[in-house]
Design a binder for this molecule. Structure first.
Ligand SMILES: Cc1cc2nc3c(=O)[nH]c(=O)nc-3n(C[C@H](O)[C@H](O)[C@H](O)COP(=O)(O)O)c2cc1C
Length: 217
């Protein structure tokens, strides 16, 4: 349904500095936890950083970028050589969508990098974790939870941004937020209110349904 919340959620890459209140964050997480999980194990935990804690994590991440430190996320990063032809074509389309929101490709690349390195200027970031020895199905559960979180946020008028950039240096996040070793950091989701920058004019497409659907009778 084209006007449903599914269509209204999209990745927002620069946020205003308007606070997302603790009360609202609690409401969003309360809704997100309705996600399905294997045997209803609900294996997730959410760590939200705002203000001083978020600034600390962001500053270290920016320093890591300046030092050219290699990212060490706790999940395996997909490599383009392992991608299907359809995925490769979709990624190419995505790159075109990014560039078409800007006058020059160079401007797009710079703005995208700057936003990423600054955690999208978000006033809050939620990190979703699961038990450390998680099976692939537990990761699946965390994915369902994360999408629920972003849709619930949008229902309350809060925009979101799931990003590798937010979990590129998990050791620092773990240290500052005191995330125990028995938790694996799955994804970071920036939360806030979209500003009117070009980066937020990126409109992504999806491959035709017939290319991803097989119905057999
Ligand atoms: C696991 C994951 C990691 C992502 N990491 C980044 C990132 O580091 N930087 C970024 O700009 N976008 C990132 N994205 C956003 C995707 O580019 C975006 O979801 C995709 O282009 C579809 O656009 P939409 O979310 O607006 O529908 C990530 C998305 C996912 C699901």
């Amino acid at each position: 349904m084209k006007n449903s919340i599914i269509y209204r959620r999209r990745s927002v890459r620069t946020f205003t500095n308007k606070e997302v209140t603790d009360k609202l964050i609690k409401e969003i997480i309360t809704d997100a936890k309705r996600a399905p999980s294997w045997q209803n194990a609900q294996p997730w935990h959410v760590y939200v950083a705002k203000e001083n804690k978020l600034d600390q994590i962001k500053e270290i991440s920016k320093q890591n970028e300046r030092d050219g430190k290699k990212g060490e996320p706790e999940l395996t990063v997909p490599h383009s050589s392992d991608r299907s032809e359809l995925s490769k074509a979709n990624i190419e389309e995505w790159e075109k969508s990014v560039h078409s929101a800007f006058i020059t490709s160079d401007g797009a690349d710079r703005a995208l990098k700057d936003a990423n390195h600054n955690f999208f200027f978000a006033p809050a970031v939620a990190w979703v974790t699961v038990e450390a020895n998680a099976s692939e199905f537990t990761i699946f559960d965390a994915g369902a939870f994360s999408e629920n979180l972003m849709l619930a946020a949008k229902e309350y008028g809060v925009d979101s941004m799931p990003a590798y950039q937010l979990i590129k240096y998990p050791d620092d996040i773990r240290k500052i937020l005191e995330i125990p070793q028995d938790q694996k950091i799955i994804i970071g989701i920036a939360l806030g209110y979209a500003d009117d920058s070009d980066l937020n004019r990126i409109l992504t497409k999806r491959a035709p349904t017939d290319e991803i659907l097989t119905i057999q009778k």
